[in-house]
Design a protein around this ligand. Structure first.
Ligand SMILES: Nc1ncnc2c1ncn2[C@@H]1O[C@H](COP(=O)(O)OP(=O)(O)OP(=O)(O)O)[C@@H](O)[C@H]1O
Ligand SMILES: [Mg+2]
Length: 266
């Protein structure tokens, strides 16, 4: 059986991943604060929305209104998809008391996700950030089991392609907050910032991709109005001393500019 692929919303990332995400699997977007994890995850949802899919955005730390308003600064009118009933944005707050109360059972959260998504009728889900789900947990083992159960439930009960974001402490070499989220997901995309000649450059690399001949090059990227994440040349071409100016032209040009994002908000 051929594994079906789902576009990430970033054409060049699809190629880097060997055709996109595998449908129904769970992927981790990890990186330090402010590197673009939320924007990349929203772009993945927008790709589905543009195709008329129903999708869910689950915020675990920010107010969901703030995220939808923030997306407007990129020219992405998520509110219109919300009004069309295609986007289910909601918040789940996790308190350490709850985690102790539920123990390692993640069922309460899964039930909430199912209830909030019209019985799990969604093809894409983002949990942003998954690390917030496990804050306050006393036992590392419980956190691992807990996140594992959430991933299994999402894959088996809902069958959606899922993106989890995960923040890692600044300056650490870890791939995730707790150190095992990466083992539980089918692929890991690491986003970051690198100092090149006194200028911070955004970087993206695929650290792991199950069942795919992924390209492991460290790429640069920019966040652009409407286009969102646009992948540019490999980091090495900047570090090798080539002038930084002029690189913009080498950012791929074939990205689509969907008109529906021009829908003006009320
Ligand atoms: N409208 C915009 N146009 C261009 N770049 C933007 C725009 N809005 C935000 N950015 C850039 O995106 C970055 C934040 O992206 P995002 O919120 O996705 O990061 P994050 O990794 O989710 O951060 P956190 O860990 O705080 O949740 C900002 O630091 C800013 O540089
Ligand atoms: Mg974020």
């Amino acid at each position: 059986m051929v594994l079906e692929r789902v576009s990430t919303g970033v054409p060049k990332l699809d190629r880097i991943l060997g055709g996109g995400f595998i449908r129904g699997k769970t992927y981790l977007i990890t990186g330090e604060t402010g590197v673009g994890k939320t924007i990349l995850s929203l772009q993945f949802l927008l790709e589905g929305l543009r195709n008329g899919e129903r999708v869910a955005y689950v915020s675990l730390d920010e107010r969901v209104q703030g995220v939808l308003d923030g997306a407007m600064t990129l020219g992405w009118d998520l509110w219109s998809y919300y009004r069309m009933g295609l986007l289910y944005p909601f918040e789940i707050r996790i308190f350490s008391e709850d985690l102790r109360k539920y123990g390692k059972s993640s069922k309460a959260y899964i039930d909430t996700i199912i209830k909030m998504t019209n019985g799990g009728q969604v093809s894409r889900i983002v949990l942003d950030p998954i690390s917030a789900m496990a804050f306050g947990a006393l036992e590392e083992f419980a956190v691992r089991e807990y996140i594992r159960e959430i991933i299994l439930f999402l894959e088996e009960k809902i069958g959606a392609t899922t993106v989890l974001t995960c923040d890692i402490p600044s300056g650490s070499n870890r791939l995730s907050r707790f150190g095992y989220e990466e083992f539980l997901s089918s692929g890991v995309i690491v986003v970051g910032l690198r100092n090149v000649g006194g200028r911070l450059v955004r970087t993206l690399m695929v650290r792991k991709m199950r069942w795919s001949p992924a390209d492991m090059t460290v790429y640069t990227f920019e966040i652009m109005h409407k286009r969102g994440v646009v992948i540019g040349p490999p980091l090495t071409s900047l570090e090798s001393g080539q002038p930084v100016s002029g690189q913009e032209e080498r950012f791929e040009q074939e990205e689509r500019f969907p008109d529906e994002f021009d829908v003006s908000s009320p």
